[in-house]
Design a protein around this ligand. Structure first.
Ligand SMILES: O=C([O-])CC(=O)C(=O)O
Ligand SMILES: [Mg+2]
Length: 601
């Protein structure tokens, strides 16, 4: 392995008797792939003058008790940590012991955030090795609870808070962020946090959680990731009365002032980090999410995770379900409960997929039926409210507004819910799906768990184990008639880390919908027949890092083939090229193994 050696000053330790190493201790970093475009020297540190107690206080450098004796002496931290040198494996045991001793998931969240604040490598190592147990804590569903109680949970700030009062100065605020080489931003204005509604500045938990998965699942270096909360106020009255609220206690700014603020934000990002910096929009209100996607997608490198990421993961689940139902996409009748970001995104992507399968656009759209808060979306329905994307799916049909009645009447083969109406898939709805389909496909996608349309157990039990089920938040395995089912988690976490990895490494400037279709097709192909036999529509969570890499590699092939990549020369071995970017959760070595104390006379 090639080593790049960067000097870290350790002046105090070495004085008169120093040899050629006298002024320095070292960080050893792995060399990057020789194939393809080169990154600036990998993991070269920018903290070259940090030493002593400041090393322990810096989560990017801190190894706690894992610092070796030589490192402790050279870096001026000898005596500042207990004498025993612990291996990372021993540290991991300590973390897992603490983690399991906490009495609630929220306490586990607080514990893991504190670990991230003091020892970043250890945090990611433990998270990467325990995705199944820890993803539900740093991410959905517990992150939702943490956002609701952010005022209490808050310890240290993480991410960048930009408020409407900072209008005119957003670029300067971005310059306060200490990392210069940011490649990915996840931004929210907190208006629609998961299915929990307007949580204002408390929504910061979401960009932080999403980006921790960029690293843990996508291998993107944490220094390249920037979580941002845009605080334009909140319309949540409860937060106005919350003495611990961390944002502006004013109603949301809307209209031109809001639009100008978001425009300025996008321009400032491009100025600070370049037009190739990826901006993932997350948990914006419905109306704004669609508008901004249209407005910015051809100008910046951006996507909306709730529309496009969710669409891809749901479409992948549908593709996998076809192997169970032994049907083609166009053989199915899809009913969507809800016509917001997620469901419109899924409907549009399935339309694209059906067109790829040979259907006309009209045929494809005719297979898709939607229900919103005013009932079945039909042309000229008396209750109105059919604007924008919904129009494309409006049918010439009688008006009905009750989901039970609609399911009974339409007899869909696939039912997808994403309107954050807990329990919307009633017993009657599920029984009706079971009565009309040999293998009913039921996706309860709303997040967090408390908002799910039905539980996995309800779906499997009421359909006597015949349903093909996925949910947005995790549900435990359940046994029906002696058979155990492992419900698939149709969460965009299967998609956005891999897409981001592909986009960043290949220098994709604009993210077209076909990227998400490819990601969905790739994901569904990774589901084995054994997975399907167990009820899994997605690969198990403990494989999700490999899944992200495969998605990124697949996208790399696609974007180089179509000319959408800008990182040149084109790498021959795309997977090896992408692997060479991956964040290494192993500790950096600050002193080479071969280093010896200089001989004294
Ligand atoms: O964060 C999640 O779990 C999925 C998502 O984007 C949402 O529900 O808004
Ligand atoms: Mg979201």
């Amino acid at each position: 392995m090639a080593y790049n050696i960067a000097a870290v000053t350790a002046r105090k330790i070495f004085s008169s008797n120093s040899s050629k190493f006298a002024q320095s201790c070292y960080v050893i970093t792995r060399g990057s792939s020789s194939d393809g475009p080169q990154e600036p020297k990998k993991e070269l540190i920018n903290h070259s003058r940090v030493r002593g107690i400041d090393i322990l206080r810096n989560p990017k450098l801190n190894k706690g008790t894992a610092f070796t004796l030589k490192e402790r002496q050279l870096m001026g931290i000898h005596g500042l940590v207990p004498p025993t040198v612990r291996s990372v494996e021993e540290q991991t045991i300590r973390v897992l012991t603490n983690f399991s001793k906490r009495s609630s998931d929220l306490d586990r969240f607080i514990y893991l955030m504190a670990l991230q604040d003091r020892n970043e490598k250890l945090f990611y190592k433990v998270l990467c090795e325990n995705v199944e147990e820890m993803m539900p804590i740093v991410y959905t569903p517990t992150v939702g609870q943490a956002c609701q109680q952010y005022g209490v949970v808050f310890r240290r700030p993480r991410g960048l808070f930009i408020s409407i009062k900072d209008k005119g100065h957003i670029y300067e605020i971005l310059c306060n962020w200490p990392e210069r080489n940011v490649k990915a931003i996840v931004v929210t204005d907190g208006e629609r946090i998961l299915g929990l509604g307007d949580l204002g500045a408390y929504g910061m938990g979401i960009p932080v959680g999403k980006l921790s998965l960029y690293t843990a699942l996508g291998g993107i270096h944490p220094a390249k990731c920037l979580p941002i909360l845009l605080d334009v106020g909140t319309n949540n009255e409860k937060l106005h009365e919350d003495p611990l609220y961390i944002g502006h206690c004013e109603p949301r700014v809307t209209g031109q002032e809001y639009d100008d603020f978001i425009d300025e934000f996008m321009q400032a990002v491009a100025k600070r980090y370049g037009y190739s910096c990826l901006v993932q929009f997350e948990d914006f209100g419905n109306h704004n999410a669609f508008r901004f996607l249209e407005k910015y997608r051809d100008v910046y490198c951006t996507f909306n995770d709730d529309i496009q990421g969710t669409a891809a993961v749901a479409a992948a689940g549908v593709f996998a379900s076809l192997r169970i139902t032994k049907t083609k996409l166009t053989d199915n009748k899809f009913l969507f409960q809800g016509a917001g970001e997620a469901n419109i995104g899924i409907a549009e992507l399935l339309t694209l997929a059906m067109i790829e399968e040979g259907a006309t656009e009209q045929e494809a759209r005719s297979k898709i039926w939607m229900v919103d808060s005013r009932g079945l979306i039909t042309k000229g329905r008396p209750s109105g409210g059919i604007s924008g994307h919904k129009k494309e799916f409006a049918k010439d049909y009688k008006h009905m507004d009750n989901l039970e009645e609609i399911v009974e009447d339409l007899k869909p083969s696939v039912l997808i819910g994403a309107a954050a109406i807990a329990g919307a898939f009633t017993e009657k709805v599920i029984l009706s799906m079971a009565a009309h389909n040999e293998r009913p496909v039921i996706f309860a996608l709303s997040n967090p768990t408390s908002k799910a349309e039905c539980s996995a157990e309800e779906a499997y039990t009421l359909t006597e184990g015949r349903c093909v089920f996925a949910s947005g938040s995790p549900f435990p395995a359940c046994t029906v008639n002696g058979k155990t089912f492992y419900p698939g988690q149709g969460n965009n976490a299967y998609i956005f880390p891999g897409v981001a990895l592909g986009v960043i490494t290949c220098g994709v400037r604009h993210i077209e919908d076909k990227i998400f279709l490819h990601a969905a097709q790739c994901l569904s192909k990774l589901v084995t027949d054994e997975n399907l036999a167990e009820g899994r529509l997605y690969p198990p969570l403990n494989q999700i890092q490999e899944v992200s890499l495969k998605i990124a590699t697949e996208l790399a092939e696609f974007v180089y083939r179509t000319g959408a990549a800008s990182a040149y020369p084109e790498p021959k071995d795309k997977e090896a090229y992408i692997r060479s970017f991956l964040y290494d959760t192993n500790y950096e070595q600050f002193v080479p193994d071969t280093w010896e104390w200089p001989e004294t006379k």
